[in-house]
Design a binder for this molecule. Structure first.
Ligand code: BGC
Ligand code: CA
Length: 367
């Protein structure tokens, strides 16, 4: 167990404090006493249900170097901290990209007594070990952001998923790009009536990668934009990898590239970095579109470096996960949640341009 991965937030008389995890006996003993006391009250004839007022919750995520995930986890830990009841003690683990590491981390979280697991799979096609471990202890799992395939979600009735609809983000990115191209004829720099474009794609096999690309491109075509694809490169959601890919693409296609569609903001920013590094004159720089609305992404929209982005609603996703966690711990009120097929919650995306970026950007200077 890598101690540096442990983050724990406990409420101490209303104040939020960070502490090292005291996995523990004292916490479990306190929970035990509370439950015993509640049972005693019931036995005396008062019809009070014995609800847990405290719970350990484990969060396992695929990689701490992911910009969007870090912001989503921050939101989640704020939302869980804000719950009045049950009071949550949170443990967060980073799998550094390895499913095997994550399997071990989940086992440790279960051994520590977690009552709910929130899991962002390292390998979204390989959740079976985690599902088996959780089912043995009857601990529900909320998967998030990296969606297991439907078959795996059917393995047990205590599996949930919170995320967003990749298709919607692709359509919105395509619409944003079509609007920009229609309203600014200078984007078609060589005036051939077609837009020469490249794509920077996320991890192969991720539900958001191929689908975003496909729907963005098809939406552009449906909007009557003639396209010519020059290149497509996988950059695994990473700004640094996107910069390298973009440098290669620029050296192959010089100043022919007019549009860059990136599956996320970090890769769009990596592409912008490449142009800056080469000191390309502004008139030869293409337009860039991202997805996520991370802090850096929104700032780039506000600075008019990124033409637009699509907001991946991390606050909404975190709030849905916190609500679901509370209901799973207390085993009450699950019926109040609108779950698709009894398992899924999808939050809507939003379009962000420099016209409305202030609504999303938290820093006052951009309002
Ligand atoms: C986000 C990416 C992120 C990926 C990680 C996607 O939904 O748009 O920025 O890297 O999830 O799984
Ligand atoms: Ca052109």
């Amino acid at each position: 167990m890598n101690g540096r991965n442990i983050i724990c937030r406990r409420k101490i008389t209303g104040a939020h404090k960070c502490c090292r995890l005291l996995l523990g006996r004292s916490v479990r003993a306190a929970v035990g006493l509370a439950v015993a006391a509640a049972l005693f009250v019931c036995a005396c004839g008062k019809k009070q249900p014995a609800l847990p007022d405290k719970a350990l919750v484990g969060v396992a995520y695929y990689n701490k170097s992911d910009t969007f995930l870090n912001q989503l986890i921050d939101c989640l830990s704020e939302q869980l901290d804000a719950l009045d009841s049950p009071e949550i003690t949170l443990t967060i683990r980073d799998a550094a990209g390895s499913q095997r590491t994550q399997d071990d981390q989940v086992k440790e979280l279960l051994d520590a007594g977690c009552k709910v697991l929130c899991v962002n799979l390292a390998d979204r096609a390989d959740p079976s070990e985690i599902i088996d471990l959780a089912r043995e202890r009857q601990v529900p799992i909320i998967f998030f952001n990296r969606e297991p395939v439907a078959e795996d979600m059917m393995q047990w009735d205590q599996l949930y998923y919170v995320g967003a609809d990749a298709e919607q983000s692709g359509v919105m990115q395509g619409e944003l790009a079509a609007d920009a191209i229609r309203s600014d004829s200078s984007i078609d720099r060589n005036k051939d009536g077609k837009i020469q474009y490249v794509v920077l794609e996320g991890e192969a096999g991720h539900q958001d990668a191929i689908i975003r690309t496909e729907y963005a491109v098809n939406t552009l075509k449906d909007n009557g934009i003639a396209l010519e694809r020059l290149s497509c490169g996988i950059a695994n959601w990473s700004r640094a990898q996107a910069q390298n890919r973009m440098l290669q693409m620029i050296s192959q296609h010089q100043n022919q590239i007019e549009l860059v569609l990136a599956n996320n903001d970090d890769m769009a920013l990596g592409a912008i970095d490449a142009y800056k590094k080469l000191n390309v004159t502004e008139s030869a720089v293409p337009v860039f579109f991202g997805i996520d609305g991370t802090d850096v992404g929104l700032k780039a929209v506000a600075d008019q470096q990124l033409a637009a982005t699509v907001y991946n609603d991390k606050e909404g996703q975190a709030a849905a996960m916190a609500k679901l966690t509370a209901k799973l711990v207390t085993k009450k009120g699950l019926g109040d949640l609108e779950l698709e097929n009894g398992k899924y919650i999808y939050l809507s995306y939003f379009k962000v341009t420099d016209n409305n970026v202030g609504m999303f950007y938290k820093d006052d200077s951009y309002h």
